[in-house]
Design a protein around this ligand. Structure first.
Ligand code: MCA
Ligand code: AMP
Length: 481
């Protein structure tokens, strides 16, 4: 029977090969398919007995671990709607998501620190090991409804405040089936996972697909260059996926040659600089496979596993994805992987789709004679730093609250390691002249309210901001004084 959802497909894979290794933690402990099946059944039973049932929303904000993955699998099998959130979010940012998505439970690294979530309707705040009373496992879990929401993943979309992109089980299954085929992912593949498991890259692209392929993963708590190379060597890994900042650090390492032992190394979430691609190619012979995806769509295009990988391009549409360039070369897409809309935001959803139903990605592209897409710009002011998205408006609003700030504009300064570095141009109040430490003051103001990656690292004090006749800041004219 062909599966209608990822959890159903995973179960079929695990039942067919119960001895296969699925998860490996850093100490080398291995978890077989039958152990993953049994443990996730147990956790699903405990969750259900505690009141978390199919259709319930659960916030998931933890650092990567085998425990987290087992709980994630349990929730997917149970039909829970998962609301992933960055572990770097401040209470303020988390509060926004919780008030918007209204989860009934939260799985977080340090429950004691987040008890306040209970005042926002979260009935249960628990750690990733699910310290819940054991409940008996009574038979098989019913199949989840393919049209039900699997993820509500927060993204700002092309503009404005964070919105919850609702991805159904059918969307996630389509995304992973397509990637499995495109990347020729098999049961003998072993992926080194060093990505956060609260964004689409780590969770929806890597983890979901490796489980579908019946492969295995070495799970690292955080990315370090040596940690990745040690894991590749120790566990004979065949795949690694990272964001460009990771490859920039890998390119600078003496161990870059060790990449050659992999079957394939993928990059995505932000543009991989051609200089980094070339440096890795020259030093190790490896051609990094760059692909392009979005929270709302899983993956859209990829360079090929067999065939020419072109630096600076994101390759061609993967199976099941249709792509066209609309007005102004705006990239528009269609496919079973494309999300169904933003939670409770009919206007934003309507604006995100063209009249004939194609999704507007907000990216601007060009397609070469071989059909390879290059992303040449964005229709929004999005900044991508270290693979994380930063929306200038959110930061500008917060900086404007500070009495020293008269006016402010936030842009990205190009940087080889980070892609872009968040940069604030500020017009300061006269009284600021007395302050030599205005930068520190503004940085702490931002850091108290926003995740660390959003805090501007570069600051320029300017007399005024360039504005057009409409009064809008002309970002392209912002230059360091
Ligand atoms: C940290 N630092 C920074 C930044 N972040 N400096 C400038 N810009 C930044 N953005 C500084 C810190 O202050 C610190 O400085 C030093 O760098 C190390 O900080 P740390 O937090 O330890 O950095 P890290 O852990 O090394 O983080 C780098 C990272 C991380 C591993 C690349 O950013 C990461 O995991 N990124 C993955 C993001 C991701 O998963 N995106 C997927 C979105 P000091 O040493 O002076 O204190 S999903 C998506 O986009 C779609 C679907 C897709 O297509 O994939
Ligand atoms: P997110 O909202 O985190 O899903 O980010 C999606 C955005 O990341 C896309 O709309 C692109 O702008 C960008 N992106 C993802 N992969 C790539 C890539 N390989 N090259 C350039 N930009 C990318």
């Amino acid at each position: 029977m062909s599966a209608k959802s990822l959890p159903q497909a995973w179960e079929q894979v695990w039942r067919a090969a119960p001895e296969a290794v699925v998860l490996i933690d850093r100490s080398g402990q291995m978890y077989s398919a039958q152990e993953v099946l049994a443990e996730s059944s147990q956790r699903a039973a405990s969750l259900a007995a505690s009141g978390v049932r199919s259709g319930a929303r659960v916030l998931m904000s933890c650092s990567p671990s085998v425990d987290l993955i087992l709980t994630y699998i349990a929730m997917m099998r149970l039909g829970v709607t998962i609301v992933p959130a960055n572990t770097g979010y401040t209470d303020r940012e988390l509060e926004y998501i919780v008030d918007d998505a209204k989860p009934v439970a939260a799985v977080v690294d340090e429950p004691a620190k987040l008890r306040w979530l209970e005042r926002h309707g979260v009935e249960m705040v628990i750690g990733p090991a699910l310290d819940l009373p054991q409940a008996p496992v009574t038979g098989d879990l019913p199949a989840v409804d393919a049209t039900s929401a699997a993820f509500i993943a927060y993204t700002s979309g092309t503009t404005g405040a964070p919105k919850g992109a609702v991805l159904t089980h059918a969307n996630l299954l389509a995304g992973s089936q397509s990637l499995k085929q495109e990347w020729q992912w098999t049961a003998s593949d072993r992926l080194v996972m060093a990505l956060p498991l609260f964004h689409m890259h780590g969770l929806g692209i890597c983890l979901n697909t490796l489980l579908l392929a019946g492969g295995s993963s070495v799970v690292l708590e955080k990315f370090t260059v040596d940690g990745v190379f040690d894991a590749i060597a120790e566990f004979n890994a065949t795949m690694f996926s990272g964001v460009p900042t990771m490859y920039s650090r890998i390119a600078a390492s003496d161990r870059v040659t060790e990449l050659a032992s992999l079957r394939v190394a993928m990059s995505g979430s932000a543009p991989l600089p051609i200089s980094v691609w070339n440096r890795i190619a020259k030093r190790s012979g490896v051609h990094i496979l760059e692909r392009y995806g979005m929270t709302e769509t899983v993956v859209l295009t990829s360079n090929p596993v067999d065939g020419i990988r072109k630096a600076g391009t994101v390759g061609r549409p993967i199976p099941g994805v249709e792509l066209r360039l609309g007005e102004g070369d705006a990239v528009e897409v269609r496919g079973a992987n494309v999300f169904s809309g933003y939670l409770d935001r009919p206007h934003a959803t309507e604006a995100a789709f063209a009249a004939d139903g194609w999704f507007r990605t907000g990216d601007v592209g060009s397609i070469d004679e071989d059909g390879y897409l290059s992303l040449v710009g964005r229709t929004s002011e999005l900044i991508i730093t270290g693979g994380y998205n930063v929306y200038p408006r959110e930061l500008e609003d917060i900086l404007r609250e500070h009495p020293l700030v008269v006016d402010v504009a936030v842009v990205g300064t190009p940087d080889e390691e980070w892609g872009e570095i968040v940069t604030g141009y500020v017009v300061l109040d006269e009284s600021a002249s007395a302050y030599s430490s205005w930068r520190d003051t503004l940085m702490s103001h931002a850091a108290e309210r926003l995740a660390p990656y959003k805090v501007p690292r570069i600051w320029h004090r300017v007399r005024d901001l360039p504005r057009n006749a409409m009064g809008k800041v002309v970002r392209s004219e912002l230059t360091p004084p």
